[in-house]
Write a protein that binds this ligand. Sequence first.
Ligand code: GN1
Ligand code: MG
Length: 366
Amino acid sequence: MLDQVLSAYGFSPDCEIIPHGSGLINRTWRIRSPKGDFILQQINSEVFTDPAMIADNIEQVASYLSTHFPDAIFPRPVLSLKGQPLVRAAGHDATTPYNDAWFRLYPFIGDSVTIDVADTPSQAYEAARKFGEFTRLLSGFPAHNLHQTLPGFHDLSRRYRDFRKALDEGSALRIRRSGQLISYLESQNIIVSEYEEIRANKEFQSRVTHHDTKISNVLFDPQGKGICVIDLDTMMPGYFISDVGDMLRTYLSPVSEEEKDLTLITVRESYFQAIVEGYMQEMRDELTATEKEAFVYAGAFMMYMQALRFLTDYLNDDIYYGRRYEDHNYVRALNQSMLLRRYNELSPRLKAITRQVAAPSSSTPR
Ligand code: GN1
Ligand code: MG
């Protein structure tokens, strides 16, 4: 099937196709060809049922940025020979299991590097700065014009309802095995109430939000400076707690959500500080005072949501995330719950750091 797609972009059959990256949802390849290097992505159409919405969102934002911020780097998809931003391939095979396969191609940004786990605070700072900059540059863009590519994606109330539904309808065996974890997550549901308060509070604004701010979605230059953010499938109107929260969820611990040894999960304060500094560098004047107060909450919000999503998937027999071993999603849910515990323990200190950095006067570029 990939041959069919590559020929739609005018590649000769002898180009090299190398699997790339580690996302759970889409599949990615690097293409080496005589015309240069490219990134080819297959959009998971079970998750993104209308890929044209993604293409349209990207086009709207690309054209806004090229008018208002012509120097901002924003990778635009390469058009197919027919002038389309997406290519549809018929049929399916073992490597591309979805019935309706949609692909898109990006130029590979030369000399760019991606990172899987943040291993210096300065990487965390750079990533946070780039995600903050992305939202700031788009502050004049009407966010509500973007399509909801995944409706209710970061709606924590909905995620909690899905979890409760899985407790009623999911695998009885798995529900029994998860008793302790289920109780722990239920005991934390004040995080859902806080989210509902945020939704009702006019001080929380809806902005262009990336919704998938893991560090591998930032391109770095060889000197370690951020170049731009990538992977805009989930770019939608949203709250800043989604972007900040997912950075906290994925950069604070030295080990990822895949780690089985829970004793290795810790919260690194210096990374927390770097994320606040990087994000505030760009967003200090955009966020309301009430929003800034929710910076620490953002981390708990995303850790809790991800724990719920992994456990819900486990109880539903792994229909969304898939698995590489039997209890994979259970282990991921445990991991995220442990992260939430560690994070909550440090919360008073993290609040103090936030207050100090977020204050209007402490604009300290690194
Ligand atoms: C999925 O595919 P990837 O890794 O970019 C998921 C995120 C989760 C993440 C957990 C569309 O993102 O929301 O945080 O897995 N994306 C979607 O690893 O569900
Ligand atoms: Mg993604």
